[in-house]
Design a protein around this ligand. Structure first.
Ligand code: GAR
Length: 228
């Protein structure tokens, strides 16, 4: 499967995918890294890895979102792209684009969807007081951060966490989860059951082992016995 990775910035998930795809037997070839910003740091990383890159400046298209997407698709056609992986790509795609790439368009989001769609997920998770947070790889549908879930990894929210600490813990999982989920998709190991994505890879349930600490021992029964 020939994959295009779409980025807007740092590209650490892109780098994790490039790393995985360099391993013999990985079922996807990263045939293009495309950014909507010429100053995306990830472009240099892709170039250093010898992967073809392209820039389609979204700014140049102003409100012509369809024109922007058609320009990206011209690059996809040029590079024989079959599957598109969004990796920190900060543009909302039109319904037309999403439908043209239905079930061939995948995204990673830094929360356990459907919680915390949109931006600032780690700050909002902290503000909500959730005890588990994480990341999700999903097929893209027309709503922001919406679509059938392929895989998730959870991390604990620990006392004293700030946004940066939590983001770093989640990002570490993103870098493991995305290569695994993309491999399942590229290898044809995802079956759609209506709007549910079922991972059929042997031994995989769409969840990665994660570094949840061993649970604290339960209090003795006496601790919650109601007296009287
Ligand atoms: C990642 O945390 C990714 O999950 C998030 O942007 C970051 C990009 O980092 N994506 C979204 O928020 C999409 N809704 P990266 O450029 O280092 O991969």
């Amino acid at each position: 499967m020939r994959v295009a990775i779409l980025i807007s910035g740092r590209g650490s998930n892109m780098a994790a995918l490039l790393h995985a795809a360099a391993v013999p037997g990985y079922p996807a070839t990263i045939a293009l890294v495309l950014s909507n910003r010429a100053d995306a740091a990830g472009l240099a990383v892709a170039q250093a890895a010898g992967v073809p890159t392209a820039v389609v400046e979204s700014r140049a298209f102003k409100s012509d979102r369809d024109g922007f997407e058609r320009a990206m698709e011209a690059e996809f056609a040029h590079h024989g792209i079959e599957l598109v992986a969004l990796a920190g790509f900060m543009r909302v795609l039109t319904e037309g684009f999403v439908e043209r790439w239905r079930d061939r368009l995948v995204n990673i989001h830094p929360s356990l969807l459907p919680s915390f769609k949109g931006l600032d997920t780690h700050a909002r998770a902290l503000a909500a007081g959730v005890k588990l947070h994480g990341c999700t790889v999903h097929l893209v549908r027309h709503g922001v951060d919406d679509g059938p879930i392929l895989a998730q990894a959870a991390v604990p929210v620990l006392p004293g966490d700030d946004e940066a600490a939590l983001a770093a813990r989640v990002l570490e999982q993103e870098h493991l989860l995305y290569p695994a989920a993309l491999a399942w998709l590229a290898a044809g190991q995802v079956r759609m059951q209506g709007e549910l994505a079922v991972v059929t890879a042997p031994g995989a349930q769409g969840v990665l082992a994660n570094p949840l600490p061993a649970p604290a021992p339960l209090p003795t029964t006496d601790a919650w016995r109601v007296s009287g």
